[in-house]
Design a protein around this ligand. Structure first.
Ligand code: UDP
Ligand code: MG
Length: 141
């Protein structure tokens, strides 16, 4: 399905009090929330979620950070949701992110960059399935 994506609001953004502002931002950008949970990942969950990055030098730091505090996980709907969400969040490194993007506005650093976005339709579905059962999602179309 090319109208869904998966997003997370990361521990730095929650700790810095940006949860509400980020949700407002995505609603203003016409994303529909079809699933939303507030939770804390275990280190093992973070390692499984980010297993694609297991051989990267930042894997240990990333999984420690992502399991260090509360996060929000969201399933979002919009036409071309994956690419639209990547546009809304901006570049991975907030210093390179365009003005007005979520990472430019709210990220702390390259590692603690406020939000996650799926990078393909296939991964979006896998990531939604990682956190949500089918009956936890609201289908609007
Ligand atoms: N990351 C990091 N150092 C790097 C690259 C990435 O700490 O040099 C972290 C950062 O939190 C990023 C996540 O690992 O969001 C996943 O990296 P990816 O390249 O998939 O970036 P994204 O898809 O999140 O923009
Ligand atoms: Mg990525």
């Amino acid at each position: 399905m090319n109208n869904q994506t998966f997003a997370m609001i990361k521990p730095d953004a929650i700790k810095n009090g940006h949860l509400g502002k980020i949700i407002n931002h995505l609603l203003n950008d016409n994303f529909t929330i079809i699933g939303l949970k507030f939770l804390k990942m275990s280190k093992d969950q973070a390692k499984t979620f980010y297993s694609i990055h297991s051989d990267k030098p930042f894997f240990e730091e990333l999984t420690t950070f992502m399991s260090s505090g509360n996060i929000a996980v969201l399933a979002l709907q919009k036409e071309n949701a994956v690419s639209e969400w990547r546009k809304t969040i901006g570049a991975t490194n907030p210093q390179e992110a365009d003005e007005g993007t979520i990472r430019k506005l709210y990220a702390t650093s390259l590692g603690e960059n406020a939000v996650h976005g799926a990078d393909s339709d296939e991964n979006a579905q896998k990531e939604i399935d990682f956190f949500f059962t089918r009956r936890e999602l609201i289908y609007t179309t």
